[in-house]
Write a protein that binds this ligand. Structure first.
Ligand code: FES
Ligand SMILES: [Fe+2]
Length: 384
């Protein structure tokens, strides 16, 4: 973290502890409930997500040249392959002959080529078409143009980020992530090891899950049995960088009666840093590791959550394993509290009780997220 950012965070943290609310003159907000219920809107949101970088795997899942992963995300069949030069390439996992799926979901360590299960068209690791049986039957085939469709891909913070639309293969992924991604990587997280990847479904709209990650008003109540005691009540210091955000959650270990001076202020020890990469990904930075989570909408009332814990090094003893697993368990228990509330909200949305959901001043970041999402859905940059 840059010294000036750390100093600014220190100053605003002390101001907040002295009673100056960090959200200043933020206005309360409202979000219409139909935005969480409308299937057409979900389709437009999915189209937007396919235009923005999505973290689809951990770098450490592709350890060496020839390693590959086939998985679907946002309804897109993806193939990720580590190349000889160390770079990861992403392709659509779809044969260029008659469109069969090239590889079933899964992965491997040492592929030499990929052979389509339908008629055995064969592709090299770099996606180019190597050959096909009885090629005389395709007198007009341009082999150079018949490789797998490539997608924009980039490794940042130990994750592989992919833009799912092949027409955006030349996009600059960093533009969507920096400067906050630079800051995140500088926190000992440039080459983390993926630990305990997990995937599960929640019966709620993905934006309800986002709403819960953009305010700390609920901590003291919803998280009373897990993490509430670790944090100062209802306090977040939020900075925006483009559509992304850094949310600083001040810990209760920071004594307001005897606060650290600027030299002794350690952002990772005195708080949790939550990076929010618009619109569906968070990285929660804790003192010695980070928790990454991304949301995949499956429908207006259903979301698949993908989580990975990012460690500075692989656990090398039973004790280390138990320590990290305890951290994962606490994170999971805490999010289970959030997600069960999201499910209860989803069930009541169409009851007629509320035409809009209401957000207070200190919850301003959530309705602001919805306004930004609306603007992006209506943007003339090719997004429907
Ligand atoms: S569809 Fe792949 S070889 Fe025919
Ligand atoms: Fe929460």
């Amino acid at each position: 973290m840059k010294p000036e950012v750390r100093l600014d965070l220190h100053r605003r943290t002390l101001d907040a502890l002295n009673g100056t609310r960090p959200e200043g003159r933020a206005a309360p907000g409202e979000v219409p409930v139909d935005r969480y219920l409308d299937g057409d809107r979900t389709e437009r949101e999915l189209a937007l997500l396919r235009h923005r970088p999505q973290p689809v795997a951990a770098s450490s899942e592709l350890p060496a040249a020839g390693a590959w992963l086939a998985r679907d995300r946002l309804g897109i069949p993806l193939l990720l392959v580590r190349q000889e030069d160390g770079a990861v390439h992403a392709f659509l996992n779809v044969c260029r002959h008659r469109g069969a799926r090239l590889l079933e979901e899964g992965g491997g360590d040492s592929a030499r080529a990929f052979v389509c299960p339908y008629h055995a068209w064969t592709y090299r690791l770099d996606g180019t078409l190597k050959g096909l049986p009885q090629a005389f039957g395709f007198p007009c085939l341009n082999k150079a143009e018949s490789g797998l469709r490539r997608l924009a891909a980039r490794e940042r913070a130990g994750l592989i980020w992919v833009i799912g639309d092949p027409d955006l293969a030349d996009s600059d992924i960093d533009i969507h992530l920096d400067p906050l991604m630079d800051e995140l990587e500088a926190l000992d997280l440039s080459t983390p090891v993926a630990y305990a990847p997990r995937h599960y479904e929640v019966a709620a709209n993905w934006k309800l899950l986002v709403d819960g990650s953009l305010e700390a008003y609920h901590f003291k109540v919803a998280h009373r049995d897990t993490i509430a005691h670790l944090f100062t009540d209802n306090l977040q210091i939020i900075d925006e960088a483009g559509l992304n955000r850094r949310l600083y959650l001040v810990k209760s270990n920071l004594d307001p009666a005897n606060p650290p001076d600027a030299d002794r202020f350690e952002p990772r020890r005195h708080g949790n840093i939550l990076y929010f990469f618009f619109p569906n990904t968070t990285v929660l930075v804790q003192p010695d590791h980070a928790q990454f989570s991304t949301l995949e909408p499956l429908g207006p009332g259903r979301t698949r959550v993908h989580e990975i814990t990012l460690l500075p090094a692989a656990p090398d003893s039973d004790k280390a394993e138990r320590y990290w697993q305890a951290n994962v368990d606490l994170y999971r228990r805490t999010l289970a509290e959030d997600y069960s509330l999201s499910e209860s909200i989803q069930k009541g949305l169409s009851s007629g009780a509320n035409r809009v959901l209401t957000f207070g001043t200190f919850e301003y970041s959530a309705p602001r997220f919805h306004r930004q999402l609306e603007a992006q859905l209506g943007a003339p940059d090719g997004v429907p």
